[in-house]
Design a protein around this ligand. Structure first.
Ligand code: ADP
Ligand code: MG
Length: 246
């Protein structure tokens, strides 16, 4: 009792692509129900880091553990871990030939053996949760970018994950769409989802994050509470970055 479990443990993570080291020793923990926001310039390794968390990139050295299970350990079932980690990308990648409802029910029915009826009921609840209860029969292309991104979030949630990873989920959206998506994410956070969010939305990071990590040049340059990182940045690179984006 009393201790919050570590959901994601990363220690001295290195990742190189053909000798080009992109992650140069990342160490961090994400606790259950925590929101970690990762900020930093383009090319600093944020997406690569997220992809290492669910085994989409093979790591070069170091440790990544999810719920105590080491990614890359041959005895660990990576598919099972991935089912527990939802991922939302900048480009929503919905299946264009499937209705919104089918996009959401595909994973549970195909990967988890959930019946179509049960999956459809759950999908409708998720659509209500993201404010799109009237869009079940719509085709993705008929929706705005912000609506498509909320469908993508509902699709990820349909697998009932314990962890959600977001890679710049609002960067491709028209400004007027951003708020609705951030609102859905904030509600998820308030409901206790463990989240790692790469974002340029500093307002979201300030208001929702438990930890803010500033990444630059493949290294965590600075990490702390939003108040510490945004109001009292210690590192010159952090200050320079924040000066540009705030
Ligand atoms: P960020 O998300 O912070 O913009 P990325 O993780 O996408 O940064 O990329 C960090 C660096 O890694 C970039 O220099 C990028 O070109 C390189 N990189 C990313 N993915 C690959 C890949 N599959 N092969 C080779 N280089 C890559
Ligand atoms: Mg990226």
């Amino acid at each position: 009792m009393g201790t919050t479990p570590v959901k994601i443990h990363v220690a001295d993570l290195h990742k190189a692509f053909a000798g080009n080291e992109v992650l140069k020793g990342i160490t961090l923990d994400v606790y259950a129900r925590e929101v970690l926001c990762m900020i930093g310039p383009s090319g600093s390794g944020k997406s690569t880091f997220l992809r290492c968390l669910n085994g989409l990139e093979e790591i070069t050295s170091g440790t990544v553990e999810v719920d105590g299970q080491r990614i890359g350990d041959p005895h660990v079932n990576l598919n099972q871990i991935r089912e527990n980690i939802g991922m939302v990308f900048q480009h929503f990648n919905l299946f264009p030939h499937l209705s919104v409802l089918k996009n959401i029910t595909l994973g549970p029915t195909q990967l988890k053996g959930v019946s179509v009826a049960v999956a459809s009921d759950q999908a409708k609840k998720l659509l209500a949760q993201v404010g799109l209860e009237d869009k079940a029969t719509a085709m993705p292309n008929s929706l705005s970018g912000g609506q498509q991104q909320r469908v993508a979030i509902a699709r990820a949630l349909a697998m009932d994950p314990e962890i959600m990873l977001f890679d710049e989920p609002t960067s491709a959206l028209d400004p007027e769409m951003v708020g609705d998506v951030l609102h859905v994410m904030q509600q998820l956070a308030e409901n206790g989802m463990t989240m790692v969010v790469v974002t340029h939305e500093m307002g979201f990071a300030k208001n929702v994050a438990d930890q803010v990590v500033f990444m630059d040049d493949g290294i965590i340059q600075e990490a702390g509470t939003p108040a510490a990182v945004f109001e009292h940045p210690q590192n010159a690179r952090t200050r320079e970055f924040l000066d540009k984006v705030l």
